[in-house]
Design a protein around this ligand. Sequence first.
Ligand code: PHE
Length: 339
Amino acid sequence: MQDLDELRKKIDKAVAEIKSSKNLHEMRMKFLGKSGEISALMKQMKDLPPEERPKTGKLINAIREWAEKRFDSYEKELKAIELNQKYEQEKIDVTLPGIRNKKGSYHPDTLVINELVNIFAGMGFEIFEGPEIENDYYNFTALNTPKDHPARDMQDTFYLSGDLLLRTQTSAGQIRVMENKKPPIKILSPGKVYRSDDDATHSPMFSQMEGLVVDKGITLCDLKGMLDEFARKIFGEGVKTRLRPSYFPFTEPSVEVDVSCFECGGKGCRLCKGTGWIEVLGAGMVNRRVLEGCGIDADEYTGFAFGMGIERIAMLKYGINNMKLLFDGDVKFLKQFKG
Ligand code: PHE
C-alpha cells in the first residue's frame, strides 16, 4: 500500500516537471510501458499470498487508470500549448508591404550598342566580335600600320607579353573577317578597346562600334547614304551628315563624319560649340593594301569602313556631360536610363 502511494506521488511530481509532449510520452513509457514500473508491480503479485492478490490487483489497476488519465489530460494540455507556439512562430502579418524586386537597368553603353545593332541589322549587317587581346598584326600591321608608322602614336597602346597587346581599335576585327570570308561582306563589330589615355574626355577602356562593307562597286556615296540613315535613326529625323577629309592608315580616302547638331538644328549652340556640327565617327574607303593583304582582289572589290566611340554617342544622345559618369558604376546615375 505504501509503495503504491509513493508511486502515485512520484508520478504526480514527474508529470508536473515535464514541459513537452515528447518528454511526456517518454515518461508515460517509464511508468505505463510494458517494462514500466506499474507493470513491474503487477509482476510482483505472484510473490503475495493468494488471498491478498485480488485486492492488490484492484489497487494497482486503479493507479494505472489514474495514471493514464493523468497523462492523457496533461498531454492534451501540452499539445494545445505547443500548437499555439507553432502558430505564433509561423504567424504571417498579411498587412506588411511585400518585398519589391528591384529592376535593373541597362548601362547607357549597352543601350547605344543595342540600338546601333538594331539599326544596322535592319540594313543587313551581321555581328562579329573579335578578341580583346590581339596581336600586333591584326591591330596594326594588317591595317597598313607597320611598326615604324607614325600613326601608331595616335593610339597609345597597352602592350602585353611578346607580340600581344590590348586592342586599341575594333578595326582589328575587320582583318579577321576579311581573312575568313569572301565578299560580299557586311559586318558590325561592337567591343571594348584600350588605350593608355586618361583625362576628362578619355578613358583607358572604352567601347567602339566598327562597320565594314566590301562588295563589287561600293563607293563613298554608299557610305554617305548609310551614314545619313544611321544619323536619322539614332539622333532623330532631319539630322544630316557631312564628311571632312581625314587620315587613317587603313582607309583611303579617309573621312571624319559630323552630324548636324540635333540640339539647335544647326544654328549653333553650346553642344556643337557654335558650329552647328558634331563629330561622331571616323570612316573611309578600305585601303586597297588592306584588301590585298587579306587576299581580296582590290580591282574587283571595294569597301568602306567606319568606327565610332560608343561613349561619345551615349553622351551626345543622353546629354551626359562627363565621361567618367559612364565608368563610375554609380547606380543612382545609371538607373535613370531605360531601354
Ligand atoms: N579605328 C579608328 C579609330 O579608332 C576609327 C575608324 C574605323 C576609322 C574604321 C576608319 C575606319 O580611331
